[in-house]
Design a protein around this ligand. Sequence first.
Ligand SMILES: Nc1ncnc2c1ncn2[C@@H]1O[C@H](COP(=O)(O)OP(=O)(O)OP(=O)(O)O)[C@@H](O)[C@H]1O
Length: 272
Amino acid sequence: MQSASEQPLVRLQGVRFAYGERAILDGVDLSVRRGQVVAIMGGSGCGKTTLLRLIGGQLRAAAGQVEVDGQELGALGTHDLYALRRRMGMLFQFGALFTDMSVFENVAFPLREHTDLPESMLRDLVLMKLNAVGLRGAAELATSELSGGMARRVALARAIALDPMLIMYDEPFAGLDPISLGVIGQLIRRLNDALGASTVMVTHDVHESLEIVDYVYFVSDGKIVAEGTPEEIRASSDAFVHQFINAEADGPVPFHYPAPAFGDSLLRGSAT
Ligand SMILES: Nc1ncnc2c1ncn2[C@@H]1O[C@H](COP(=O)(O)OP(=O)(O)OP(=O)(O)O)[C@@H](O)[C@H]1O
């Protein structure tokens, strides 16, 4: 039997999920070992965010198991699920900040919500988190005074405010210039290691991610179609991986939505 420290922090086995009749995931196996930064990649709409929401317990699998820190989410009651969720930091697309609060108050928010810390301790903690993302000096700024890259860093500081064991990011690089993108990538890695946490991130930025992650899963058609370390991914001869990392328009994922031959459509004088 594996000891707790050898057990993956996150383990999905045979996970199926559907929105109504529409199957999104079908037999997904995936695991995140403690201390790892893992990327989930795949085309638009393939179910990456859905995977994060299943791990975060906001959605329940229709079949299979989702385990976090040895606990099977499907078996947890609301109270235990909330307790587990408190130990996860989540930064969903663009990590919207509260615009009517200062940088300091944005990071303080989860601490005020979930703890009864005295104000002086709370202040020290917020400043430590802001320091970790290089923005201690920006504590009193309004969110309107931040650049896009700075706002993302504040969102990161907020996501780690409660020292999570698992940090999840959905498209952490979206909309960033190349320099901020590099800064955020390095921060994701550094914060993970400094906190002794594990990280799962959903991203389209293959090259940035391969620099900082330990392992990558590729999702397509509801399944994991490829996986490996960055070295294995770079060396992979798998057609899907090749298409994805070289940003080719056509490959196993076709450029064209299925349609009758173009000539037939034109002859019929219809768009289909
Ligand atoms: N609440 C919902 N109800 C019904 N369908 C949904 C819902 N949320 C998402 N979907 C559909 O499920 C599929 C998977 O969505 P998901 O957001 O997980 O994809 P994704 O891989 O994260 O996409 P993207 O990279 O474009 O963000 C999409 O086709 C989406 O349209």
